[in-house]
Design a protein. Structure first.
Length: 338
């Protein structure tokens, strides 16, 4: 796919012909004359990312599309023991992703950099379930050591220098002295060195949510309207309502948190993203997802954005026992059984 005169995404078949991201159309066709080149469509790709993120919320309450890497997600794997743990999670993710891509790959590790590297595990090294690889807890550094440097994010100059020095693996890079790395390549080089050791500050959430029943998802790119937020709201509420129903509980109060990216607002504040939380106090406890969605939608309809929104968190902050006839008197689709 072509963006700004250069290839931004390359299929596996094209890569096997020597085509690489960053090439011009002329360079890529010199490698593969039959290459089909499509224009990059930011709108269509952002829409697809939001749609698939909504599907992933069914499997995990923590979903984050990777920045600048369409087609890659960081998904939380913690706290799902009651739902079958990691093996059930990878089955669910593989099934969801497989409906969108015939060769989707899933991996679980304690850090994002290792999880991404593990998706490229050779078939002979897999000890996994349905196209997924699970790196044992505490084994990130050992797993990453033999991985090629191509799987470690870093600047091009550093990558070229390491290649010239004959350093080809993450382990060899990680074995270098940190002071030497920082002195020669500064903070960016030190950050890459830490990644090579499996130390990754990235997490599949914007911030931790303390509520027991909570779901959180990042947008692929900051949005200036509520449209993508409303799209992601329904699967988040449906997941939480399902969890409450399994416990025989109903929602009494819902907290909606939006993460706003002030750096992209009209004001040159240069501020970091911050969160704004508002609550929905229900007239009486509600267990069904549909009326919960409508109450939250009503709140969002009156919410004026002061900066682009880049994340959504939904939490059930108070509950009550569910009654035998749970519904919402304000929901048009409900009829009193009496």
């Amino acid at each position: 796919m072509l963006d700004g005169g250069k290839l931004r995404a390359v299929s596996g078949a094209a890569a096997r012909e020597g085509v690489r991201s960053g090439m011009t159309a002329l360079e890529s066709r010199a490698r593969c004359a039959a290459l089909e080149i499509l224009d990059w469509d930011d709108t269509a790709i952002a829409s697809a990312i939001a749609e698939l993120s909504a599907h992933f919320l069914v499997a995990s309450p923590q979903v984050t599309p990777a920045a600048h890497e369409p087609g890659l997600w960081w998904i939380g794997a913690h706290g799902l023991e009651a739902m079958g743990g990691e093996r059930m999670l990878v089955r669910a993710l593989a099934e969801i992703a497989g409906a969108w891509h015939p060769r989707a790959r899933v991996a679980i590790a304690s850090s994002c950099v290792v999880a991404r590297a593990a998706t490229w595990a050779a078939p002979g090294r897999r000890t996994s379930v349905e196209a997924a690889f699970i790196v044992p807890t505490g084994g990130d550094a050992a797993y990453l050591a033999p991985a090629p440097l191509a799987l470690i994010p870093m600047e091009g100059e550093l990558r070229a220098t390491l290649a010239a020095l004959g350093i080809a693996s993450a382990g060899a890079f990680a074995a270098l002295d940190s002071e030497d790395i920082e002195r020669r390549w500064g903070a960016t080089g030190l950050a890459a060195w830490r990644l090579a050791r499996g130390h990754d500050v990235r997490r599949p959430v914007l911030a931790s949510v303390s509520a027991r029943h909570a779901a959180e998802v990042e947008l692929a790119s900051p949005a200036t309207t509520m449209e993508p937020v409303l799209f992601l709201l329904r699967p988040a509420i449906e997941r939480l309502a399902s969890a409450l129903a399994a416990e025989g509980r109903a929602a009494a109060t819902i907290a909606i948190t939006l993460t706003l990216d002030d750096r992209r607002s009209a004001l040159p504040s240069g501020a970091a993203p911050h969160t704004v939380t508002r609550q929905v106090h229900l007239p009486r406890p509600v267990a069904r997802a549909a009326p919960l969605v409508e109450h939250c939608r009503a709140l969002l309809d009156t919410w004026t954005l002061t900066a682009p929104v880049c994340g959504l968190a939904v939490a059930i902050t108070s509950t009550a026992p569910a009654t035998s006839e749970q519904s919402d008197l304000l929901a048009l689709g409900w009829h009193d059984p009496a």
